[in-house]
Design a protein around this ligand. Structure first.
Ligand SMILES: [Zn+2]
Length: 421
């Protein structure tokens, strides 16, 4: 099992994979050995056993995007993640103990326990099993609002099916499909939950299946995906118009992440190849025509609901690629200081994506730089309506308003900026 060549990294992502900005800087250098320590593998020999010959200084660089604050691994080796995660040692030593805690067999009585579970005291929360039960309860409360009789529901990355079974027990009228690519999990799912008989055992792609789901639940998958664009486009392809998507992922803004930085548990690189926060995820999804509906935090993770919106008809078919290149062109003009070019490109994007905060924000800056203050006020106001309010946004809006002569409203936003800062 040694197809990985460690001579040179051969997977690269130089620019931010979420917002495409080139404005990125170094965040951390993480030895691969540390990832194994995060998995509680302290013995050097055990580490070496995973991959045979491993260079002793094997490490990964994590970049941070100065625009959307995504942190991402910028270079890796083809096949490394698959080789490690496909090995039996990995399943025995890393996955099995974790499954014991998080994948208690789902049945009616456990389902009731989950439903009755309420937010707990910090003392109770320390018992991981209890914490997990409580988490499931919170997640289900959110999902239940979206499920109707006969809803077509997909659990993308369903693991061994415990949560899908929970949905089935609580909402028996839901039409449930599970997608899981790990054969070990699929086998276990079939043994444990024979009622979950709709299983897609290969990665969701744009081509496979014509199913359109009303709700897709995708928990702790997106931080593993190297080619994010391909992944999101596949999801889009499998969603009904107006359908909802719930993504859960580690929260790069949580206290643990801010305090421990690269030592935080979620930096198991390159297995987790990006760490999101609520904003960077919303920004990314906006680029693909997903409207951000709501978000919330549960301990050190967050969830976001996105609705698939229609993009204009003339752009359908190859739309995503057109949009992706448009984004690239816009970002390039912006970074190089060609604000007229950037304004045109971002205005174009905004006409397709009326929910993209980043595009309106940079459209505003491009207008501001060209002293088109009235237009800038409009763009920055749209940003506010999209629900994100930052110090920089308030300041820019205040300065633009001042230039247009609206001193009173400008003052209000200067105050707001002070409050936030
Ligand atoms: Zn970014």
């Amino acid at each position: 099992m040694m197809p990985v060549k460690f001579s040179e990294k051969n997977l690269f992502r130089k620019d931010c994979p979420a917002c495409l900005s080139k404005n990125v800087s170094h965040y951390a250098t993480i030895p691969y050995r540390e990832t194994f320590r995060k998995w509680d593998i302290y013995n050097d020999q055990d580490y070496l056993n995973f991959l045979g010959e491993v260079p002793s200084d094997l490490h990964f660089e994590v970049s941070t995007c100065n625009v959307c604050r995504l942190n991402f691994v910028n270079a890796s080796y083809e096949g490394l993640v698959e080789t490690v995660e496909g090995s039996s040692v990995y399943h025995q030593t890393i996955i099995a103990p974790w499954l014991d805690v998080t994948q208690k067999e789902m049945d009616i009585s456990y389902a009731r326990e989950i439903q009755k579970s309420r937010p707990q005291s910090p003392g109770e929360m320390r018992v991981v099993g209890q914490e997990w039960t409580n988490r499931l309860s919170q997640v289900y409360t959110i999902i239940a609002k979206y499920l109707e009789e006969g809803s077509k529901y997909l659990d993308l990355g369903s693991n061994i099916g415990g949560f899908a079974e929970f949905i089935r027990l609580n909402s028996p009228d839901t039409d449930i499909t599970c997608c899981e690519i790990n054969p070990f999990y699929v086998k276990k799912m079939k043994e444990r939950y024979p009622h979950l008989n709709k299983i897609i055992d290969q990665p969701l792609t744009r081509e496979n299946g014509e199913q359109e789901f009303d709700f897709i639940y995708c928990s702790h998958v997106i931080e593993h995906i190297w080619n994010i664009e391909e992944f999101i486009l596949a999801i889009r392809e499998h969603m009904a118009e107006g359908g909802n998507l719930m993504l859960l992922t580690p929260d790069g803004d949580c206290q643990g992440s801010r305090m421990l930085r690269e030592n935080w548990w979620a930096y198991i690189v390159p297995h987790h190849c990006q760490i999101f926060n609520v904003d960077s995820l919303a920004n990314l999804m906006g680029r693909y025509g997903f409207k951000h509906i709501s978000s919330g935090r549960i301990n050190e993770e967050f969830w976001s609901i996105f609705r698939k919106t229609s993009l204009t008809p003339e752009t359908s078919g190859g739309l995503e690629h057109t949009l992706a290149s448009l984004h690239q062109e816009a970002e390039q003009s912006f970074e190089s200081g060609d604000y007229a070019g950037a304004e045109a490109a971002f205005a174009n994007i905004c006409s397709y994506e009326d929910v993209n905060y980043n595009a309106f924000y940079k459209l505003g800056i491009s207008q501001f730089k060209q002293e088109k203050y009235e237009e800038a006020v409009d763009s920055f106001s749209t940003c506010l309506e999209l629900g994100t309010c930052t110090v920089e946004l308030c300041r820019l809006l205040a300065q633009s308003l001042e230039k247009t002569g609206d001193d009173e409203t400008a003052e209000m936003f200067y105050e707001k900026a002070k409050e936030l800062g």
